[in-house]
Design a binder for this molecule. Structure first.
Ligand SMILES: [Zn+2]
Ligand SMILES: [Zn+2]
Length: 142
């Protein structure tokens, strides 16, 4: 796969590139995503770390990690959000909104038990996380 998508922060100081195909796409409704993004839901695309490259402005990237699960990366100039490293799962969440040329194709919702925005799209909805990502695997109603 040689598909490439480029993205940038709100001010354009930081640019990134993703290559190939994401390993998963969906929506996260958890309180952490909502609090950090100031939005009701996070549209995520997960990539292998070596599929994601910083192509400009690496020195302007700030990182905040409240827990070891999620290293959240943002532009120190504009505050625009870029991606979250999930080192325990060896994936990087590049927010769907950061790479607009990717045809976002969500397959599931996670942490739907925390939702503040019900999305009746017929996709599977996990109360917390799928079992293979350390969750209960319990499904939630739409
Ligand atoms: Zn910026
Ligand atoms: Zn979340």
């Amino acid at each position: 796969m040689d598909q490439r998508h480029t993205g940038k922060c709100f001010c354009g100081a930081v640019e990134i590139e993703v290559r190939g195909e994401p390993v998963a796409q969906g929506y996260c409704h958890c309180e952490s995503c909502r609090s950090w993004s100031a939005g009701p839901v996070n549209a995520f695309t997960l990539w292998k770390p070596d599929s994601v490259a910083i192509t400009k402005g690496a020195s302007s990237i700030g990182v905040f990690h409240k827990t070891e699960k999620s290293h959240r990366k943002f532009c120190k100039i504009c505050g625009g959000h870029l991606m979250t490293d999930h080192p325990l799962w060896s994936v990087v969440d590049v927010y769907a909104a950061t790479i607009p040329s990717l045809a976002f194709a969500p397959k599931l919702h996670v942490n739907y038990g925390d939702t503040v925005l019900h999305l009746r799209d017929g996709l599977p909805k996990f109360q917390d996380m799928p079992k293979e990502m350390g969750g209960s695997g319990t499904m939630a109603a739409e």
